[in-house]
Write a protein that binds this ligand. Structure first.
Ligand SMILES: Cc1cc2nc3c(=O)[nH]c(=O)nc-3n(C[C@H](O)[C@H](O)[C@H](O)COP(=O)(O)OP(=O)(O)OC[C@H]3O[C@@H](n4cnc5c(N)ncnc54)[C@H](O)[C@@H]3O)c2cc1C
Length: 449
């Protein structure tokens, strides 16, 4: 491990959050409320925190902010309510500030549109009194030695425009909230005609200008994003054929029934964490259909109605190619030469598409990837996954006194809600409580350039 020597002049933050999506935003709010509470008790120092975000302004899955797309989680599972129902940062306070509280209530709906929830998150990000640096990507984390142990980390962030010098924050604890990475099949590279759903909106908007008479799309995948992409392209390109390629026999509904929903409860995290490995796997298998490769019932019905109406009219624009897979997607000029193979008969059909959309999900990046030399210190389980304690702290062995906490990337230890919003408020509070417990210094935050 290469380590920075201790430079006693540099002040040290209690925590640095890497990424400022909903998870670390919820943490920033928890820190602000915790410090406000501490100010009422003289002699108790605040928790000092800073956050570094790659995007140049707050944004939550902007490429999928489709009109009419709704949240898959109740508005009551916002950034704060499960932790502190009296918080000023709740979705209800947001509605009040936008003068829409009564209108929202009249909708009689627990699931706001994704656009509205994005506006809520943005509102909260602007309101919270936190030290957030946008437009900087964390590119290195360097351990800092003190008395022979790793006592701090230097978090190095690069300006995304390349215009400014790197910044360094020194921290006792890191909270990695860097989200998931889009997954494409092996051999597929995204470009202006081969898209991952992450970039659906900007890519489609560009195509509308460059090739307004686009005639054919292929959408690969069976989950919510795939069905939303099919729905969107079918509406936005009224002359085009939309081919949905799915390995299933059809879209399957998400199980959001009352008892199954309990898998997202804060208490389910305790149960999952305590369960033996084979029971953990069993729980993930049984309840995968609350989140993975499933679609909202309303959207399934809407798409099915459209397929039928097109049959009635004799103009089939929305085609479901079921039990099928895309075996080739190769760029040829301004088309994508796409081969779809039936998994039943092996029959292959070639579709020359104007664009192919891969709704093939996301993968969890290995959290150790950001840790540089320190990655070798991460203890791993038999499956090679990092060992994480109940307080979301990575096990880095006794020589590393500084803490690395994970917001996301803990499905193997903490269960299915790990990369979702359901438990964000409670998880942030648990991480903060652990950081506060382990914090001894009262030094103020500073940036080192
Ligand atoms: C289209 C879509 C809809 C979804 N809808 C729901 C829903 O309704 N309900 C639900 O529970 N979940 C939903 N999810 C799941 C989603 O993972 C969560 O909503 C949420 O985004 C998790 O928040 P996060 O902060 O952990 O990660 P993210 O939102 O991914 O945020 C991570 C942030 O870290 C930044 N970052 C990454 N690396 C670095 C770096 N090295 N340096 C600096 N910054 C960095 C990124 O720019 C990003 O802003 C949805 C996911 C998608 C893709």
């Amino acid at each position: 491990m290469s380590e920075e020597p201790f430079d006693g002049d540099r002040s040290v933050l209690d925590l640095v959050g890497v990424g400022f999506g909903p998870s670390n935003l919820a943490l920033a709010i928890a820190v602000a409320e915790h410090n406000a509470e501490r100010r009422r008790t003289p002699g108790t120092p605040p928790v000092t925190a800073a956050f570094v975000e790659r995007q140049r302004a707050f944004g939550w899955h902007r490429g999928m902010l489709l009109e009419d797309a709704t949240m898959q989680v109740s508005f009551l599972k916002d950034l704060v309510t499960l932790r502190n129902p009296k918080s000023d940062f709740s979705f209800l306070c947001y509605l009040q500030s936008r003068d829409r509280l009564i209108d929202f209530i009249n909708q009689k709906n627990f699931f706001p549109s994704r656009m509205e929830f994005h506006d809520y998150l943005q509102w909260a990000a602007e309101l919270v009194d936190g030290d957030v640096t946008y437009g900087r990507e964390v590119v290195a984390i360097r351990p800092v030695l003190h008395d022979g142990d790793v006592a701090w980390f230097d978090v190095v962030s690069a300006d995304v425009t390349g215009a400014a010098e790197p910044l360094v924050h020194r921290a006792r604890n890191l909270v990695l909230g860097t989200g998931l990475t889009p997954r494409l099949p092996d051999g597929v590279t995204a470009d202006d005609r081969i898209w991952h759903t992450r970039d659906l909106l900007p890519s489609a908007e560009r195509l509308k200008v460059e090739a307004p008479s686009s005639k054919r799309f292929v959408v690969v995948g069976a989950g919510q994003s795939a069905a939303e992409a099919v729905d969107y392209l079918h509406r936005e390109f009224p002359q085009a054929e939309v081919n949905a390629v799915i390995t299933r026999y059809g879209y399957s509904p998400a199980d959001d029934s009352a008892f199954a929903n309990r898998i997202f409860d804060p208490a389910a995290v305790d149960d999952f964490f305590a369960a033996p490995a084979q029971v953990k796997q069993m729980m993930l298998d049984y309840h995968g259909n609350t989140n993975y490769s499933v679609v909202d019932q309303d959207l399934i019905e809407d798409l099915s109605r459209r397929v039928y109406q097109e049959k009635v009219r004799g103009e089939e624009r929305l085609r479901l190619l079921n039990v099928s897979k895309v075996t080739e997607a190769v760029r040829l000029g301004d088309k994508v030469h796409t081969v779809v193979e039936s998994m039943i008969t092996g029959e292959r059909q070639v579709l020359e598409a104007d664009a192919v959309v891969f709704a093939t999900g996301y993968r969890q990046p290995d959290p150790a990837a950001l840790l540089g030399d320190l990655a070798a210190e991460c203890r791993r389980d038999e499956a090679g996954q990092v060992v994480v304690a109940r307080d979301y702290r990575v096990d880095l062995g006794p020589r590393v006194r500084a803490g690395v906490y994970l917001q996301g990337g803990t499905e193997h230890t903490h269960g299915i809600s790990s990369s979702l919003l359901s438990n964000t408020s409670v998880r942030s509070a648990e991480i903060l409580a652990s950081v506060a417990r382990r914090t001894t210094s009262t030094q103020q935050p500073s940036l080192i350039s």
